[in-house]
Structures are given as structure tokens and as C-alpha cells.
Design a protein. Structure first.
Length: 61
């Protein structure tokens, strides 16, 4: 997946995540090219989930 495609996919996923977890901010869900792991780490802490749980949540949306 190209970086542009990855960013577009994240925009769609971000909307779904914000519907489920309304307390998340734009800063929590900010996508930075090449820093996907950093963003996922922040989400893990914010949601209190493991990386595997977080990826399952995202995949289920």
C-alpha cells in the first residue's frame, strides 16, 4: 500500500473509531507518514488495550 493510500484508508478508519470512542481527539488519531507505530502506541495507552486488541478493533470496524 502506498503512503497516500494508507493515509486515505486511515481517514476512513478514523471516522469509525471516533464514532465508537468519542473521547478520542484529533491529536490522538493524527496520522504521520512513517510513524504508524507511534500513533498506534498512543492509541493503545489511551484506550488501555494491547496492540493485538487495538488491531482487532480496527479490523472489525
Amino acid at each position: 500500500m502506498t503512503p497516500k493510500e494508507e493515509k486515505l484508508a486511515w481517514i476512513l478508519e478514523k471516522r469509525k473509531i471516533r464514532q465508537r470512542y468519542v473521547f478520542l481527539t484529533d491529536k490522538d488519531l493524527a496520522f504521520e507518514e512513517g510513524k504508524k507505530d507511534v500513533m498506534l502506541g498512543k492509541l493503545q495507552k489511551r484506550l488501555g488495550k494491547t496492540k493485538e486488541q487495538l488491531l482487532e478493533i480496527i479490523a472489525a470496524l
